[in-house]
Write a protein that binds this ligand. Structure first.
Ligand code: ADP
Ligand code: ADP
Length: 232
């Protein structure tokens, strides 16, 4: 579902060049949960931002569902973006909008009609267990509830891929568990492919099928999660 071929990216700071990603290959099979783990500065954010088209790689191909994102024009990119959803460490909800309105937003932007929007939002809120919070504002929700809203919003346009950027790093261990359980349920129910980045081994252990270790912009090891921890 996601393939990266020789993707590289460096940043310029004055006359210094910082190689954030060395030519990197990655394959995330459809329907799996792939975890990228690494310490701060390893290149995790750069990697996920390249897959999400927030960042343009210097070279290489990013292929999602058979489509090379680096070859698309503006219209193609707009369409491709709908297939790639993302959630963040700090949720990124709109404070002035209710839970319902936050989840409805991507549907509104995609031009969906009112009743289609209502049906979809209601079923998404049920999926994430927040049907009773439709009219609440983000400020009145717990961290775990906010992330549930963000997950519902991310799923609004039926993406093929969900990217998670340290999605549980701001949550306590118990809430982390419940969010990871929800992500696993969604992965299994919808067959959604998930690529997540984290600095926490526990996250990888709990839900990932495969894991890659990134260090100084290089994927130094990757494989199935089971054997990975067998000797740990
Ligand atoms: P991680 O998410 O694993 O902490 P990042 O992808 O944020 O790693 O960073 C990888 C490297 O690129 C680091 O050395 C970081 O300092 C550098 N970097 C990241 N973003 C920028 C930027 N906008 N400008 C310059 N250097 C950056
Ligand atoms: P209309 O009354 O014009 O048909 P809607 O009832 O669809 O409009 O929506 C009116 C407002 O109420 C919108 O801002 C929408 O976001 C919100 N809304 C619609 N349905 C729900 C719901 N089930 N729960 C919470 N808010 C809703």
């Amino acid at each position: 579902m996601i393939r990266l071929h020789a993707v590289s990216k460096s940043y310029r700071q004055g006359d210094r060049v910082i190689p954030a990603l060395k030519p990197l290959d990655l394959h995330v099979p459809a329907g799996t949960i792939f975890g990228i783990i690494g310490s701060s500065g390893a290149g995790k954010s750069t990697l996920i931002r390249c897959v999400n088209l927030l960042e343009q790689p210097d070279a290489g191909q990013i292929v999602i569902d058979g489509q090379d994102l680096t070859q698309l024009n503006a219209a193609g990119l707009r369409q491709a973006r709908q297939q790639i959803a993302m959630i963040f460490q700090h949720f990124n909800l709109l404070a002035s909008r209710t839970v319902y309105q936050n989840v409805a937003l991507p549907l509104e932007l995609a031009g969906a009609g009112k009743s289609a929007i209502r049906n979809k939002v209601e079923s998404l809120l049920e999926l994430v267990g927040l049907s009773d919070k439709a009219d609440a504002y983000p400020a009145n929700l717990s961290g775990g509830q906010k992330q549930r809203v963000a997950i519902a919003r991310a799923l609004a346009n039926d993406p093929k891929v969900l990217l998670c950027d340290e999605a549980t790093s701001a949550l306590d261990p118990e809430t982390t568990k419940s969010i990871l359980t929800l992500l696993k349920t969604i992965n299994q129910k919808l067959g959604l492919t998930i690529l997540l980045i984290t600095h926490e081994m526990e996250v990888v252990k709990q839900i990932c099928d495969r894991v890659g270790i990134i260090d100084q912009g290089e994927l130094i090891e990757q494989g199935e999660v089971g054997p990975f921890f067998a000797n740990a």
